[in-house]
Design a protein. Structure first.
Length: 203
């Protein structure tokens, strides 16, 4: 039996470095390759994620329903994206679910005066509008050849986060400081263990 992962606050922390809104939603599940870590466990974490993602919610929105539907879309989006990254072929049901969400009309972004200039007014979103914004973002990433070619799956087996790699640069891990460093430490320990088990023979 594999050792149980010690879930620290750092592992539970929401991540926003995957490269797009939809990819960042997928990143709210940590360590998909081992023992999943849920980073949207409750409505408080949902509010935090939406705020950081600049998704302004309707004041009377049903947060529990949004959380449930957002998690469901997250898995459909991940399954679809992973299939494309691995060149495994897509499930038409996941594709249609994303398209159906994207079809919902979202409010137009309007301007308001601000300090002698203008800025975007907050756009209050319903549940369907939130899902539509995310689905459209995913459609943009997956439907744009240049972006789709930059999609990579983290090499760390326990992670498997999907991210947009920098243009023209190979990137094995979603984060060198986290997954990359853990991989190097694990490789060093494995080499040390092999040396201990099978020390070099004298010539």
């Amino acid at each position: 039996m594999a050792p149980r992962t010690r879930v620290t606050a750092a592992l539970r922390a929401q991540r926003f470095d995957a490269g797009s809104l939809a990819l960042n939603l997928m990143a709210t599940v940590g360590r998909r390759g081992s023992q999943r870590i849920e980073r949207l466990p409750d409505t408080a974490s949902l509010r935090s994620w939406c705020q950081t993602s600049r998704l302004d919610l309707d004041e009377d929105i049903d947060e529990a329903e949004l959380l449930e539907r957002l998690r469901h879309m997250r898995e459909q989006a991940y399954t679809l994206t992973r299939a494309l990254v691995r060149a495994e072929g897509v499930d038409e049901r996941d594709l249609e679910a994303i398209n159906a969400a994207a079809r919902f009309p979202t409010p137009a972004r309007l301007l308001v005066a601000a300090a002698g200039s203008v800025e975007f007014a907050p756009t209050r979103l319903s549940i369907d509008a939130v899902l539509s914004v995310i689905a459209r973002d995913l459609a943009h990433v997956l439907g744009t050849p240049e972006l789709r070619a930059r999609l990579h799956e983290c090499y760390a087996e326990e992670c498997r986060l999907i991210f947009l790699a920098p243009v023209g640069r190979e990137q094995r891990w979603c984060s060198k400081a986290q997954c990359g460093n853990r991989a190097k430490v694990a490789a060093h320990r494995a080499r040390a263990a092999r040396m201990h088990q099978d020390p070099p023979q004298p010539r």
